[in-house]
Design a protein around this ligand. Structure first.
Ligand code: ADP
Length: 613
């Protein structure tokens, strides 16, 4: 098992946007989400909080001043009543507004999450394979995942900064007017306190990559043990001891990290205690001296002492607030980078294809991002309208990659794809996709009704067509046997009443979906891999009907099933090793013929065995 290694000196990318730009972005987003009330709420909370703070500081000195000036009991009681009822009123208003504040904040965060979802759906497929995209995408989701995420918590930071700054300015004015020396003492001790404790408490943040990497491995164990897909393998392959060992190792590294951090954090507490002691001591000595020397009355003493006590708090809040704002700004900057992730494909403007005629791959090579070998190398291939092309080859030969290039999910790393003689890069990619129907190897079943999974629309759907496509794909009988028929929900994680389909049924559903879309170009990537032999044979018989009038790419391991195709290419060693019709390739006596022979022998032997039994 590999040990957890951490590169502590990784260079961090510079944020694209600064703090002020990101605050601007949030304000703009709030307006865009029609949640402008968040500005009024934040302003009101700031004013109420400052008002409350000032009243609580002024309460005692006011009463003392009254006593000093021999005010009547009635006037003293009135002062107390006035101060405390104002505080109670402010508190009530503050609580009322604060209780209602989360909804606009959540709504703004959800607005951003919606943008993240949209971006993830439309971003070029090829970007999704890039490491930078994946990192940004993971971050983007977490920066709007809960109430503490940057896109929501930033409003609290702005509120806290606003009230601290106003409170701070008021305190500075008061202390400057009354005791400038005291102001100097408080500012110096607060600054030392802030920067030293901040540096120490920043240990976890400075080492966040180290922490995240150790935690990631721990969460990986959680994800695997929780997942239903892995549950079977964990049991059959007895993976539990391995997972336990992995968890133990990750726990040890995490504990060591947190222990180290805790031993560092304790110093911030010690420094904090010493500085508070020094500050209060100095303030006491200075203020008592002023009272004794008759330069200050007791009421002013109480006021100044309260201001000193609160000053450091406000000062630390401001610096801490900017620190928090800076961190949140880093998150928001990364989120914006995700939303603005550059598109290699044209989704705006460009050539809109009336229909796809000839697709020509000219000297096309492809290498997956972050890998060192070409999966395809110097491929020349022309697909004519209405032609049915089969791609065969061993696992990993590049069949799926080639199909992805033809349908524009990937752009070649070298060479060109010409559609009707024009470079595919000139086309509007969204419009180009509209011409394709596809059955990919992995199933993408949506949490929706069966009918909507086939029609792939949330608007009007043609139920006659849905049923006829399901019939053609051989899944109508199964659907009709269900209590809710085509209205049956799929995906239990969203709908309690949903049902689960078997692998083969899902594959048929994918075929029905492709048929419903009725694109002029059909892409079938091992569309029968999950079907049983009878079902497979049934689908093979329908291929002529299914692909009639369409250009089609058909990828299959079953060589016999490719006979309906006009041309077959065999990929091997990243190139087209053989090309021709089934008969031609058999007569060449190359790899295709060899694979075909092995497969037919296997079936003959299996058949023979079955007959003997
Ligand atoms: P086939 O469809 O013939 O089985 P693929 O086109 O799926 O082959 O894959 C060809 C090669 O490219 C394989 O070696 C596979 O491991 C590699 N590959 C596929 N997808 C990726 C990816 N996203 N990143 C890196 N390598 C990949």
């Amino acid at each position: 098992m590999g040990r957890i290694t951490v590169n502590k000196k990784e260079k961090k990318p510079k944020p694209k946007y600064n703090m002020f730009q990101n605050v601007g972005f949030m304000l703009k987003t709030a307006a865009e989400a029609k949640e402008k009330k968040i500005f009024a709420i934040t302003a009101a909370l700031i004013l109420l909080s400052v008002g409350n703070g000032l009243l609580s500081i002024y309460a005692a000195p006011l009463v003392i001043r009254g006593l000093q000036e021999n005010a009547s009991l009635q006037s003293l009681l009135l002062t107390v009543l006035w101060v405390f009822s104002s505080m109670a009123l402010i508190d009530t208003a503050y609580t009322y507004i604060n209780v209602n504040a989360p909804y606009p904040k959540i709504s703004v965060r959800m607005h951003i999450l919606k943008k993240v979802n949209e971006k993830a759906c439309i971003v070029s497929f090829q970007s999704r394979l890039e490491t930078r995209y994946r990192e940004l995408s993971r971050g983007a989701y977490s920066y709007c995942s809960n109430n503490n995420s940057a896109t929501e918590a930033i409003w609290n930071t702005l509120f806290s900064l606003g009230s601290s700054i106003i409170g701070f300015v008021v305190f500075v004015v008061m202390l400057t007017a009354v005791q400038p020396v005291l102001l100097a003492i408080v500012v110096v001790t607060s600054l030392i306190g802030y920067f030293s404790t901040n540096y120490i408490n920043g240990y976890g943040y400075r080492h966040r990559e180290e922490r995240d990497k150790t935690e990631n491995r721990r969460w990986y164990v959680n994800d695997v043990t929780e997942s239903l897909e892995a549950a079977k393998d964990i049991r059959i392959f007895n993976m539990q001891p391995w997972l336990t060992a992995l968890a133990r190792e990750a726990d040890e590294v995490m504990t060591a990290f947190h222990r180290k951090a805790a031993s560092v954090y304790i110093w911030s507490k010690i420094i904090d205690l010493v500085l508070t002691f020094l500050q209060n001591g100095a303030a006491y000595v200075y203020l008592i001296g002023a009272v004794v020397l008759g330069r200050m009355d007791v009421a002013t003493f109480t006021l100044c002492f309260a201001v000193v006590g609160n000053f450091t708090g406000r000062f630390t809040e401001i610096l801490g607030g900017f620190n928090t704002l800076y961190r949140q700004s880093l998150d928001i900057s990364a989120l914006r980078e995700f939303l603005e992730y550059p598109e290699p494909f044209r989704f705006e403007g460009g050539v809109i294809p009336e229909h796809i005629g000839t697709v020509e791959l000219r000297n096309v090579s492809y290498r997956y991002p972050g890998t060192e070998k070409d999966v395809l190398s110097g491929i020349d291939l022309t697909l004519r309208p209405g032609e049915r092309l089969a791609i065969v080859g061993l696992n990993g030969a590049g069949k799926t990659t080639l199909a992805r290039i033809v349908c524009g999910l990937l752009d070649p790393t070298e060479g060109t794809v010409l559609v009707n003689g024009v470079d595919l890069k000139e086309y509007n990619r969204g419009a180009y996709y509209k011409c394709f129907s596809a059955v990919f190897q992995d199933f993408s079943i949506l949490a929706e009704t069966i009918a909507r999974n086939i029609s792939q629309t949330d608007g009007e759907q043609d139920m006659t067509k849905v049923i006829s496509c399901a019939k053609q794909a051989g899944i109508d009988e199964k659907i009709s046997s269900l209590k809710d028929g085509y209205e049956t929900h799929l995906n239990r994680s969203v709908y309690d009443d949903a049902i689960d389909l078997s692998g083969g049924e899902k594959q048929r559903l994918m075929l029905a979906r492709a048929l419903y879309k009725d694109g002029e170009f059909l892409l079938l990537d091992e569309p029968t891999a999950a079907l049983d032999p009878l079902a497979e044979a049934d689908i093979y018989n329908k291929y002529n009907e299914i692909t009639a009038g369409k250009t089609a790419i058909y990828i299959s391991h079953r060589l016999a099933s490719t006979r309906f195709c006009d041309r077959i290419i065999l990929l091997d060693g990243a190139v087209i090793a053989e090309e021709g019709t089934h008969e031609e390739l058999i007569s060449i006596g190359g790899k295709y013929a060899e694979f075909f022979e092995v497969q037919s022998r296997y079936y003959r032997e299996e058949g023979g065995k079955n007959e003997e039994e």
